[in-house]
Write a protein that binds this ligand. Sequence first.
Ligand SMILES: Cc1cc2nc3c(=O)[nH]c(=O)nc-3n(C[C@H](O)[C@H](O)[C@H](O)COP(=O)(O)OP(=O)(O)OC[C@H]3O[C@@H](n4cnc5c(N)ncnc54)[C@H](O)[C@@H]3O)c2cc1C
Length: 301
Amino acid sequence: AGGQYRLFHRADLIDLLHWAARRAGVRVLLLQKVREVVPGPEPLVRLASGAELCADLVVGADGLHSVLRQALNGDEEPFFTGQVAWRAVIDNPTERRDDVTLHMAPHRHLVTYPLRQGRQLNIVAVQERAAWVGEDWRQQDDPEALRAAFADFAPDVRALLDRIETVHLWGLFRHRIAPVWHREGVALLGDALHPTLPFLAQGANMALEDGWVLAEALGRAEAIEPGLAEYRARREARVARVVRAASGNARKYHLAFPPLRWAARTGLRMAGRVAPGMMLRSFDWLYGVDVTEGSAARSRK
Ligand SMILES: Cc1cc2nc3c(=O)[nH]c(=O)nc-3n(C[C@H](O)[C@H](O)[C@H](O)COP(=O)(O)OP(=O)(O)OC[C@H]3O[C@@H](n4cnc5c(N)ncnc54)[C@H](O)[C@@H]3O)c2cc1C
């Protein structure tokens, strides 16, 4: 937005979405596990409790291990990228309020950014390794393992790592974009549809964009099926490009061969010095798109 990142704590974003959904009259059922989704003219959701729910349309926004993705696309084996990500939040000991920093070294990189008006600092540290780690939000690790992996980083980075008490470890897997996006009365969005590596920080953003475009396409269409077809047509090229670019960044951040590292870093510095703004312009395709823009223009008419 205006060349600025908006940095959200995940819990705050979910609270905001929850508040907006309730205000729009949505009924929210918490602690319900979906066991099965059956597409059809009256799609059916079966809950683990045994209850069954019917709706005109069921949207599977159920993340990486989506029940609906599996129903539409069958079982798939993701591919372990050989990278793991530690994630931790600490009280922010610095004066930084709104900037993102990226530290790179062969086979590792570390990103930090402030959250909650700068009161906290989010740390994401990525390392290449052969050992397989599960793809699960809840898996914790010993903070000492993270400190050891980044022991040769700058003292200010190490000082941040020293403050970590609780850290989660997440294996990074590559999944393909689901070939089947929708079927009678059901549709996928977000990570359930196009899981991405986190190296462009776009996963949650794409899920929000999907939701907007899906709602808009359905609102304009005369029936659900053409609405779903328009949703796919408007989103397909963009999500494919984002997922590809995020995978490309995985390689760039970790270049190990010194001349390549030098070239990559010099390239970034040169781009900034010779033509300020060029770096950002090369991301115009990403940050220059606002899926809400057309709707604002339409609603002004
Ligand atoms: C290390 C890391 C860093 C990241 N950094 C960023 C970033 O900076 N910016 C960004 O935009 N994205 C980032 N992402 C990606 C982002 O977290 C995801 O892309 C985003 O959360 C996807 O949203 P979603 O709603 O599709 O899925 P999720 O956020 O995974 O939500 C799915 C929901 O469905 C629920 N669910 C699943 N199965 C069932 C079931 N059977 N029954 C009922 N409920 C179910 C889950 O409990 C969950 O609440 C990062 C990811 C990782 C791993």
